[in-house]
Design a protein around this ligand. Structure first.
Ligand code: RB5
Length: 141
């Protein structure tokens, strides 16, 4: 499984910390940016969503200041289930019930350690399928 990352400037620092965690744990990743001080969550969110919607076996991680703007951007793309994660329970259910394919965080609101714990929780859980499959399919109809 490969991670695809993107952020605006408000999420840049947290994105760098997430990359350190991925490197330490030998996860494969690709960073789509940003690398500048003035960037748009709309631009990077759409880039991330377009990449995830055409990549197999990948999980997106998007960060802006709050996680809100970038979540609006990714969820406009067909096939994307972007979950703004603010608790361990969110992380668990975003996998078990929603099978999210992008996780969104707020770089100005969340600490690196809590975000890493949320990513870990998401990865440790399994999509339950069953009744949740038809709901997910309905999103893209
Ligand atoms: C950028 O300053 C900030 O507005 C953005 O990162 C995000 O928090 C918007 O939702």
């Amino acid at each position: 499984m490969k991670f695809i990352l993107a952020s605006d400037h408000g999420g840049y620092e947290l994105k760098q910390k997430i990359k350190e965690f991925l490197e330490l744990n030998n996860y494969e990743y690709e960073d789509l940016g940003c690398n500048s001080e003035n960037s748009s969550y709309a631009e990077y969110g759409k880039k991330l969503a377009n990449k995830i919607s055409t990549s197999k076996n990948s999980l997106g991680i998007g960060v802006c200041g709050t996680g809100l703007g970038i979540s609006f951007a990714v969820n406009r793309v067909k096939g994307i289930r972007g979950a703004r994660i603010t608790s361990i329970e969110d992380a668990k259910l975003a996998k078990i019930h929603n099978n999210a394919n992008i996780l969104l965080f707020g770089g100005r609101q969340q600490s690196t350690s809590e975000v890493i714990e949320m990513i870990d929780t998401f990865l440790k859980n399994e999509f339950e399928g069953g009744r949740h499959n038809s709901r997910i399919e309905e999103l893209d109809k």
